[in-house]
Design a protein around this ligand. Structure first.
Ligand code: UD1
Ligand code: MG
Length: 463
């Protein structure tokens, strides 16, 4: 669509979402670990960049906090008196710089795609419609607003709770998807005419349709059949269904791009994850956020990655958990490894079972293969961290760093009490508690000398 300055958009995200039974505002409910609202905004942003506003109200602080980059594009609706009131509130803030057309999108339709929205807005503007909205035809019309037509022409929308067959005639299966394109000069004058005399006692945006039709304005319902991408989410069951739909779509897209996904029905991949052709992923498995997976990477079953990069040919074995981590080319991770934020494995490093890392770097080819904690640590190239090594990074008040030089060898069951430095090529004896620097190429050992004493056999009278 040719986007010019005549179009702005507002996404309604002020409602509580009572039917979700959750303390989280509905638009922050995640689908594949991305808040519902992010999907709607990314469909709308390309149409009118910088002019997609978000109406917030219930737990506005949380919504703002989740989208700090959109500061300046929020509009507050302090009381949520319904979608008609939402539109009037938004207009109060937009009228200083009024757009000719306003796209209004319910924040709870996350599967809406940019191309659908662009085609809808483009058509509405080309045909100079005063009010158009997207409708669907569903077998089960649920709680959706029902579209009323006479002789094929749209007459209005009646909310499910207000529908009365005797007054409105039999249901025709056509429902309102909650996405509208308004020619503001024609529609804004109708806003004060919206009342709240309905079962919910709310001001409904949908009343505009009957008001406009009765005045002979050009009203159109753009019917998109039974496209499941357009149904709003109001309940946990609807969220779960939409998430599953999206999950399958994303997995199919990666399969189509040459990613081998085994047991695809149990693989969950976030919408912004990038995976190169030739990666090999086995479900069940979850990959979210801004994760990047290179060609030749293998991810075995039961792994969870969030905002993690795996470079070419890295191998993640089963049951690993990685968050904000970088795993270099050819590394081997797991099984059962945990990479917390700030974990970096340089090329060819190995991190084995029951090893936890946090803000720590394993240098090129370094190995920590068993039962260790490396927190706030630097491990040099080719160093070997023995089983049971712990960096004691926290003294109860502050965190301190451990530096282990290239080629160092840390014996099993060592406690490195930070801040502490182990020099290049140094060796630390097994079972040591190291509290002072070990210079390069020296042996550091701190443990009680072993003694072997004869056992005294106690006489029965002393027992
Ligand atoms: C709405 C429509 C219904 C349509 C359905 C499609 C109305 C009256 N009804 O019903 O015809 O079939 O969407 O999904 O509009 N919101 C605010 N401020 C408010 C009230 C709501 O921002 O004061 C927001 C909500 O956060 C939500 C959106 O508006 O994102 C829609 O509200 P919701 O309560 O979900 O309306 P539905 O009952 O789904
Ligand atoms: Mg809804």
């Amino acid at each position: 669509m040719d986007c010019d300055k005549s179009l702005s958009a507002v996404v309604f995200a002020a409602g509580k979402g009572t039917r979700m039974h959750s303390p989280l505002p509905k638009v922050l409910q995640p689908l594949l670990e991305e808040p519902m609202l992010r999907y709607v905004l990314s469909a709308a942003d390309p149409l009118c960049p910088g002019r997609v506003h978000t109406l917030i109200g219930h737990r506005a602080d949380l919504v703002r906090g989740a989208f700090p980059e959109r500061e300046g594009l929020f509009i507050a609706q302090d009381e949520q008196l319904g979608t008609g009131h939402a539109l009037a509130t938004a207009w109060g803030s937009l009228r200083g710089n009024p757009p000719e057309y306003l796209l209004v999108i319910n924040g709870d339709t996350p599967l809406l795609e940019e191309k659908t929205l662009a085609a809808f807005a483009g058509k509405s503007i080309r045909e100079r419609r005063d009010l158009s909205f997207i409708s669907l035809t569903l077998r089960d019309t649920g709680d959706f607003g029902l579209v009323l037509r006479r002789d094929g022409r749209v007459q209005g929308i009646v909310e499910a709770g207000d529908f009365n067959e005797r007054i409105h005639g039999p249901k025709n299966g056509e429902i309102n998807a909650g996405i509208y394109c308004l020619r503001t000069a024609a529609v804004v004058p109708l806003l004060p005419l919206i009342g709240n005399d309905n079962t919910k006692g709310e001001f409904y945006i949908t009343d505009l349709v009957a008001l406009a039709a009765a005045r002979g304005l050009s009203v159109e319902a753009c019917n998109l059949g039974d496209d499941p991408r357009l149904s709003g989410i109001n309940t946990p069951a609807e969220l779960s269904r939409s998430e599953e739909y999206l999950r399958a779509l994303i997995v199919e897209r990666h399969l189509g791009n040459g990613v081998l996904i085994r047991a695809p029905q149990s693989v969950r991949i976030g919408p912004a994850v990038c995976i190169e052709a030739g990666a090999d992923i086995t479900g069940p498995c979850e990959i979210y956020g801004r994760s990047r997976i290179g060609a030749g990477v293998r991810i075995a079953s039961h792994c969870r990655l969030q905002d993690t990069a795996m470079e070419q040919d890295a191998d993640m074995r089963s049951f690993c958990h990685a968050e904000q981590a970088v795993i270099g080319r050819g590394c081997i991770v797991g099984p059962y490894a945990r990479l917390r934020p700030g974990s970096v494995l340089e090329e060819g490093a190995h991190m084995g079972n029951f090893v936890e890392m946090k803000k720590a770097r394993l240098g090129k080819g370094a190995k920590a293969n068993h039962l260790s904690y490396l927190g706030d640590a630097e491990v040099g190239e080719g160093a070997n961290i023995g089983a049971g090594t712990i960096t004691c990074n926290y003294d109860g008040a502050n965190k301190h760093r451990t530096r282990i030089g290239a080629g160092a060898f840390i014996g099993s069951n060592t406690a490195l009490v930070a801040p502490v430095d182990i020099g290049n090529g140094a060796v630390v004896g097994a079972g040591s508690v190291i509290t002072r620097a070990v210079p390069a190429d020296s042996l550091g050992v701190s443990r009680a000398r072993q003694r072997s004493l004869p056992l005294r056999i106690m006489p029965a009278s002393e027992k």
